[in-house]
Design a protein around this ligand. Structure first.
Ligand code: NAD
Ligand code: DAU
Length: 330
């Protein structure tokens, strides 16, 4: 089987490629990635079963030839960071909407199975302290340029299934953590800042809740959907990992042997979503998926160790990222 993985040099895509090589000896992978600031070829293993093509998912010619040669497409490529989308929205429209459009058209032309990776942010946010969770039937209500372009892409996929009979599935996952995540994101930003002797940065009061899942659990769910998912179905992926941001920072400070008050409150993100929470019962009941990483603290310990041991991987991104945050006042 030849799999086309878009965005395979990014955080989740690179972990997906690594997991696939380790567990699927019958699968070869072509990665299509523009290697933006978020992509890093060093996240991919050197392996004859992996071919990296540097290119844009919004370039119809490149996309057509790669999709034609694939048995299935797993579409991770995106502009993925909310703070950047609030600063400069256009690349989000280009990659997330136009890019998805060209991939869908190529998959339609060549009759190729398509799996679209999306986010729980398309549903908007939930109130704090309620048992309410997102389900596949929750109405779309995105807040930011990032989440609205992801929502737009999801709707395109659904339309291509219904109108053109495209063999596609979708998944909407909650916040991932683990190795190879860019240092602009919450958990790696705090870990690398603390490793540098700085203080953690908490947006606003830090009461916002995210539903954390280990990246390998996300990617195993993607494989379950690819192999056994119902065409046209949306699956929500989450591992019951709700935690507020302040508690995540307290846990990291404790793991890293720092004082409990070694953090600063910085100005909040405009339009900041309050809480995400996933009901993954369809994925569990229909496809038999279960998360393997159920202890978030243990997952954070392993993630701290990974960043401690892989400074050459993240060092080049760190200065540029913090300069951007300085400009944004966060
Ligand atoms: P990331 O920013 O780490 O990686 C994105 C990758 O896409 C990078 O390698 C980048 O170079 C590539 N890319 C960007 N624009 C491109 C273009 N025009 N053409 C080709 N490649 C391009 O993102 P991530 O965190 O790995 O997220 C991957 C996917 O998972 C995204 O679709 C995102 O919306 C979704 N998702 C992420 C999370 C999360 O917690 N990170 C949770 C749920 C869903
Ligand atoms: O829910 C899935 C989404 O999770 C994905 O679709 C996105 O691609 C991914 O980036 C992530 O979005 P968030 O905006 O939730 O993640 P981020 O890591 O940017 O921030 C997590 C929380 O931490 C959020 O409430 C903002 C807060 N935060 C973030 C940073 C960078 C801080 O308090 N301090 C920080 O320094």
């Amino acid at each position: 089987m030849r799999l086309l993985v878009t965005g395979g040099a990014g955080f989740i895509g690179a972990n997906f490629v690594r997991l696939t090589l380790a567990e699927r000896p019958d699968v070869d992978v072509t990665v299509l990635d523009l290697l933006t600031y978020a992509g890093n070829s060093a996240s991919l293993p050197e392996d004859p079963r992996v071919t990296l093509v540097k290119g844009d998912v919004a370039d119809p010619e490149v996309v057509d030839s790669l999709v034609r040669d694939a048995d299935a497409v797993v579409h991770f490529a995106a502009e993925s960071h909310n703070d950047n989308s609030l600063d400069e929205p256009w690349p989000f429209v280009h990659t997330n909407i136009v890019g998805t459009f060209h991939l869908l058209e190529a998959a339609r032309r060549h009759g190729v199975r398509f799996h679209h990776i999306s986010t729980d942010e398309v549903f908007g946010d939930l109130p704090l302290g309620t048992p309410e969770r997102f389900t596949p039937d929750t109405p779309y209500n995105p807040s930011s340029p990032y989440s609205s372009t992801k929502a737009g892409a999801d709707l395109l996929v659904r339309a291509w299934v219904r109108s053109f009979g495209l063999e596609a599935t979708l998944s909407n996952c909650s916040n991932n953590y683990g190795p190879y995540q860019h240092v602009e994101k919450f958990i790696p930003r705090q870990i690398t800042t603390l490793l540098d002797g700085g203080r953690a940065k908490l947006y606003g009061a830090g009461l916002n809740v995210r539903d954390w899942i280990h990246v390998d659990d996300h990617n195993r769910a993607v494989w379950a959907i690819l192999e056994r998912g119902k065409i046209g179905q949306t699956y929500l992926i989450g591992a019951d990992g709700e935690m507020d941001n302040r508690t995540v920072i307290s846990t990291l400070l404790e793991i890293m042997g720092r004082e409990a008050d070694d953090f600063d409150h910085v100005p909040d993100r405009p339009g900041h979503d309050l809480r995400y929470a996933i009901d993954a019962s369809l994925l569990r009941d229909e496809l038999g998926w279960e998360p393997e990483h159920r202890d978030l603290r243990a997952g954070l310990v392993a993630t701290v160790d990974w960043y401690r041991e892989h400074e050459p991987w993240w060092r080049a991104q760190k200065l540029e990222t913090e300069l951007r945050y300085q400009r944004l006042g966060r």
